[in-house]
Design a protein around this ligand. Structure first.
Ligand SMILES: [Fe+2]
Ligand SMILES: [Fe+2]
Length: 187
C-alpha cells in the first residue's frame, strides 16, 4: 500500500470506531449508563490508534514531505489539520478526566462525557473527510514519486516494532468486538 492508501485505510477504521462511539453515547444518553469498560476501550483506541499512530504518521512523515515539496504550513490546509489534531487531544483529555470521575461514582459527569464525545466524533469525522478529499489530493499532486517512495519506507519502518504490531492487532480485535456489541442491529 502507498502511504496515502495506508492513511485512507486507517480513516476507514476510524470511521467505524466513530460509529461505535456514537451508538455508545446515544445509549448512554437514553439509559444513563453503559458498560464503562467499553468506553475505556474507545478512549484507549483514540489514544493508541489515532493519536500515537495515525496522527504521528501524518505530523511526522506526511505533512513534512508535503512541506518539502513546497506546500507552506502557514498558508495551507496543513496548519488547519495540525490545529484539529490538537483539538482532538484536548477533547480526549477531557473525556479521560470525565471517565475517571464517573468510574469513581460521580455520575454528574455523564453529560460532560456525552458533550465531549460528540465534539470529538464531529471533529474527527469532518477532519478525515477533509484529508481524504483535499489534503491527500494536494499530497498526490505535490510530493514527487521518489519522495513518496521514501515515505512508504518510513511508514513501513514506523509499524515494524513489535509493540506497534501487537497494538495494531489488539485494536483490530477491539474494533471487531465493539462492532458486534454496538453495530449489529442495523449493520
Ligand atoms: Fe489528520
Ligand atoms: Fe488522518
Amino acid at each position: 500500500m502507498t502511504p496515502l492508501e495506508t492513511l485512507k485505510a486507517e480513516h476507514g477504521i476510524i470511521h467505524v470506531m466513530m460509529k461505535i462511539f456514537s451508538r455508545m453515547v446515544y445509549k448512554l444518553r437514553e439509559e444513563q449508563t453503559i458498560d464503562w469498560n467499553h468506553a475505556e476501550q474507545v478512549l484507549d483506541f483514540l489514544t493508541g490508534f489515532i493519536d500515537e499512530n495515525h496522527h504521528v504518521k501524518e505530523e511526522m512523515l506526511l505533512y513534512p514531505a508535503m512541506e518539502k515539496a513546497g506546500i507552506s504550513r502557514d498558508t495551507s490546509q496543513i496548519s488547519i489539520m495540525m490545529v484539529e489534531h490538537h483539538s482532538t487531544r484536548l477533547f480526549l483529555f477531557a473525556l479521560q478526566q470525565a471517565l475517571q470521575k464517573i468510574k469513581a461514582g460521580n455520575n454528574e459527569f455523564i453529560p460532560l462525557f456525552i458533550k465531549h464525545a460528540n465534539e470529538y466524533i464531529d471533529l474527527k469525522t469532518h477532519h478525515t473527510e477533509k484529508e481524504n478529499k483535499i489534503v491527500f489530493a494536494y499530497a498526490e499532486e505535490s510530493v514527487p514519486a521518489d519522495a513518496m517512495e521514501e515515505l512508504k519506507k518510513e511508514f513501513q519502518s514506523f509499524l515494524q516494532t513489535e509493540v506497534r504490531q501487537g497494538n495494531m492487532k489488539r485494536y483490530q480485535e477491539m474494533l471487531q468486538n465493539l462492532s458486534g456489541q454496538y453495530l449489529k442491529q442495523s449493520g
